[in-house]
Design a protein around this ligand. Structure first.
Ligand code: PEP
Ligand code: MG
Length: 907
């Protein structure tokens, strides 16, 4: 079978063979050649040869093919490899199926030997020839001969110091001759032989090095992280050199067929006259624009012919690849050559805009548009953003305090508040927004988190309290910024020699995890202005319209339902705006923390008898009922899953002495009594302790109050003509007996309330599946149960035995060492925890055909986990309101991937 594919002069043997065989770069070169685009001639070696090479399979056949391809290349280029009169020089580049940036350096100017150097010097000047030779020896020495790059860098730097110049462009031919001599000496010393002077030997050496680079550690790690299969291999591209550094009629540059940051259909790019590709990347000189801007410096103005040709190329590649292309080009003596085309990287804004516009242009269909946008990219369209220039300037000025995990999207600038209380007070003082900075947060901090525009913690991971709550609130959040220390007593935040005192401005970027000292300008997202604030009309909001359009397409394609985790009427409203089809989890305990309620909750906890508890609960009941009425009204007929109390009671009691004293005074008991209760409720492992339905079993009066509040709210809304659809959910069930008992309690209360109010009380009762035992016993539990909702946060915690709150101390090390590929609290462990989900779903449905099954852990908003839940046949996922669009989109992509039988979803 053919393994080497030539391209040049309008003919490409590999056209249509695709990335699987030719790699991304090779396929692009073949297609461009076939389209009649000027591409320097060359050949591509099939990715499968990489595997043969690694396995030691004989490559004799491939060698023969390469010899033939080289001959053809010489013909196309009109030069001969190693010819002292008119030498052909080539580049050798790797090119895997999906791009793996930085995996291997390119080798340029290959074929430059002691015999060919004079010809290059005669044609383009001695300095130019020697600079090419220098670059070649360095690249070849590094990539093929494995000599540390620093040794060559040292020679160049020494020379610059000796000549007292800042840039290597200021070195003379004489200087470069000396640099080359010293570089060659390094090679001799390091390898025990002269730098290879036979062009063919150079070529085979370079090709072998490219194949070997597939298996270097850097590449292996990259593949693991990006889930690129080991057996894909890389192709090798050998191509005639063209020089953008041949003088003022030469240039090198990059171009995007559409704007990669906004998606606007305008040609966008930069170039450098008299330069090589690496000069653009290195950012030594400021590049110039492609399109005329009146400066007289643009490509259009300085090389109009090349610019016109580039515009023609732009149309051709967009039509052919049907996607935005990122082009690399070189102009040699005023003639344009294309060196690469690939699908361009883009922001979320650009992805959505281009996908919708390309459908309008008839370039792609709706399925393809949905497949083009990564679900996570939608988040960018919702979040407030930093002004990019301002942030870069602040970082450049040394104001970067540190970096944590990007837990809540967007950007926030505000004044540092070190306690929740201060955050609330400061937020109301008129001095500007506040960022709450804590080591970690707890439910007691909710009010402060609400008051803040952003939350920063120095401990905790992606499912820490701060991260979960911030995402729920749609707030910017950075967690686990371990380099920063927070000192409440000292009243400041520090990192290295930087200090921010309480009240000082700080800026956090929830998309990158960066924490910067000082204020950076932010802008609210257009989508929010239209959908939520209603401060902008849709007709003036193109981003919003594109966002809506693509989500409508997604909704037509998905099978999974999407609900939101929402605790308040406000959350519920946001959820509906973002398209939630119901509430999948209302955590009632969050209602307990509000200022005027917590006291009644504490009174209940401090009471010595069930009777005393009931009295306190009576005070809470009307407040809970009001919450539920508000939520039912917002949600209309949509289902609302309300979870009964879940956390251990000690979470509601104060800890610090001053707070204990204050509570005691308010409740008219002694501080000693409060302290005693705190001691009694203390648990070694509260996550495995007295919480969830265990509280309902031992303190039934608490659950009775809660279900009464729910049903009275139902009756009230029904009386007003509403059709509420409540689902009572029992948390942390491990045995069928627990569920049965609490279901009876619920059913009886429904009867009582119905009788008392004279209203029908429609409802369902179900359970969370978050204990492995419950997953295994699903068949029995499901019999009398209307629904299951997987609490994958706890299910992950209990399946792995990793504490959700403490795992941040070792998870990063586990991920670094490759024991785990990713944080299982962020993306579902599909083979372990996922198997429990599959088992429980199957057993549950076997026992009860009508059983509805959903997920309400954090994984319900994670695209990869959503694909798993889709394939596992679940009915819905539930996630924080601001992630609802992401989940809708991910569900559609999962459905599309399934439809594409045999196709891969990773391409
Ligand atoms: C869960 O455990 O997945 C869940 C949703 O409950 P919580 O996070 O409140 O424990
Ligand atoms: Mg749970």
């Amino acid at each position: 079978m053919k393994k080497v594919f030539s391209f040049g002069n309008g003919v490409a043997e590999g056209a249509g063979l695709g990335k699987e065989k030719l790699g991304g770069k090779g396929a692009g070169l073949a297609e461009m050649t076939a389209l009649g685009i000027p591409v320097p001639p060359g050949f591509t070696i099939d990715t499968s040869v990489c595997n043969d090479y690694a396995r030691g399979v004989s490559l004799d056949g491939v060698h023969a093919e390469m010899d033939a391809a080289l001959e053809r290349l010489e013909e196309d280029a009109g030069r001969k490899f190693g010819d002292p009169a008119n030498p052909l020089l080539v580049s050798v580049r790797s090119g895997a199926r999906s791009s793996m940036p930085g995996m291997m350096d390119t080798i340029l100017n290959l074929g430059l030997t002691s015999r060919t150097l004079p010809a290059l010097a005669a044609g383009s000047g001695e300095r130019f020839a020697l600079d090419c030779r220098r670059r070649f020896v360095e690249m070849y020495g590094d990539v093929v001969l494995r000599i540390p790059r620093e040794e060559f860098n040292r020679v160049l730097n020494d020379k610059k110091a000796e000549r007292k110049v800042a840039s290597d462009t200021e070195l003379t031919a004489e200087d470069l001759k000396d640099v080359v001599r010293r570089d060659e000496e390094i090679v001799r010393r390091r390898t025990g032989r002269d730098f290879p002077d036979d062009p063919k030997e150079q070529l085979w050496g370079a090709i072998g090095a490219v194949f070997k680079s597939w298996d270097n550690e850097r590449a292996k790690t990259y593949r693991k992280l990006h889930r690129i299969p080991e057996d894909w291999g890389t192709a090798v591209n050998v191509q005639a050199m063209v020089f953008g550094n041949r003088g003022d009629t030469s240039a090198t540059g990059v171009a995007f067929t559409r704007d990669p940051s906004t998606g606007e259909k305008r040609f966008y790019g930069e170039f450098l006259p008299n330069a090589q590709g690496e000069d653009v990347v290195a950012g030594i000189r400021t590049p110039r624009p492609l399109n005329a801007d009146g400066s007289g410096r643009s490509l259009e103005e300085t090389m109009p012919q090349a610019h016109a040709e580039l515009l023609r190329v732009r149309d051709l590649v967009e039509k052919s690849f049907k996607d935005m292309q990122d082009l690399e080009f070189t102009v040699e003596d005023a003639k344009l050559y294309l060196l690469q085309t690939r699908n361009g990287k883009r922001t979320g804004f650009a992805a959505v805009r281009m996908a919708t516009e390309m459908v309008e242009e008839g370039l792609i269909d709706e399925d393809e548009a949905v497949a083009r946008v990564e679900p996570e990219q939608l988040i960018q369209l919702l979040a407030p953003v930093f002004d990019t220039k301002e942030k870069a300037e602040a970082v450049r000025a040394g104001k970067l305090l540190g970096k944590g995990l990007p837990a809540g999207p967007g950007a926030a600038s505000g004044r540092v508040a070190l306690t929740a209380k201060r955050a609330v007070a400061m937020a109301g003082d008129g001095g500007g927004p506040v960022v709450l900075v804590r080591e970690e947060t707890s439910p007691e901090d909710i009010a402060g988190m609400h008051a803040a525009v952003g939350i920063l913690t120095t401990r905790g991971g992606m499912t820490s309290h701060a991260a979960v709550v911030a995402r729920g609130m749609g707030k910017t959040c950075v967690v686990g910024a371990g380099d920063i220390s927070v000192e409440e007593e000292r009243g400041d935040v520090r990192a290295r020699d930087l200090v921010a005192r309480e009240g000082d401005w700080i800026s956090i970027d929830g998309t990158t995890g960066e924490v910067v000292l000082g204020k950076i300008l932010t802008r609210p997202s257009e989508v929010l202005q239209v959908a939520l604030e209603k401060s902008l009309a849709p007709e003036n909001a193109p981003v919003y319209r594109a966002f809506e359009k693509i989500l409508t397409w997604a909704d037509k394609r998905r099978r999974l339902g999407v609900r939101a985790n929402a605790d308040t009427p406000t959350d519920a409203r946001v959820a509906v705006v973002f398209g939630a089809q119901g509430i999948g989890l209302c955590r009632t305990e969050h209602m307990f923390f509000e200022e005027h309620r917590i006291l009644a909750v504490r009174e209940m906890i401090l009471a010595d008898s069930a009777e005393g508890r009931r009295k306190a609960l009576e005070k809470i009941l009307p407040m809970q009922r009001e919450d539920f009425v508000g939520i039912f009204r917002e949600m209309g007929e949509r289902p609302v899953t309300i979870r009964l109390l879940d956390p251990p009671l000690h979470e509601f009691l104060p800890n610090e002495d001053s707070a204990i004293e204050k509570t005691a005074k308010e409740l008219k008991v002694t501080a000693e009594k409060v302290r005693e209760r705190v001691r009694q409720l203390h648990e070694m492992n509260p996550m495995l302790g007295h919480r969830g339905c265990r509280l309902g079993v031992t303190h039934p009066e608490i659950y009775e109050m809660q279900v009464r509040a729910i049903f009275e709210a139902v009756a009230e809304v029904v009386r007003g003509g509403g059709k509420p659809n409540p689902e009572v959910m029992i948390p942390l069930v491990g045995t069928e007996q627990e569920f049965e008992r609490l279901k009876i309690l619920t059913d009886e209360m429904a009867k009582t309330v119905s009788k008392e109010t004279g209203q029908p009380v429609p409802y369902k009762v179900g359970t969370m599946i978050e204990i492995p035992r419950a997953a295994l016993r699903a068949g029995t539990i499901a019999k009398n149960c209307d629904f299951f909702s997987f609490g994958t946060n706890d299910l992950t915690q209990m399946t792995y035995g990793y504490s959700r709150d403490d795992a941040a101390s070792f998870l990063p090390a586990y991920i670094e060492k490759g024991i785990l590929l990713e944080d299982p609290f962020a993306s579902l462990d599909q083979v372990g925890v996922g198997e429990l989900v599959t088992i429980a779903t199957r057993r549950g449905r076997e026992a009860n055909k009508g059983l509805k099954v959903g997920v309400c852990g954090e994984h319900g908003g994670d695209p990869r986990s959503i694909e798993f839940f889709h394939n596992a046949g679940l009915d819905y996922v539930s996630c924080s309101p601001y992630r609802v669009p992401v989940a809708r989109f991910a569900a559609a992509r999962a459905a599309l991937a399934e439809k594409k039988v045999g196709g891969s979803s990773t391409a």
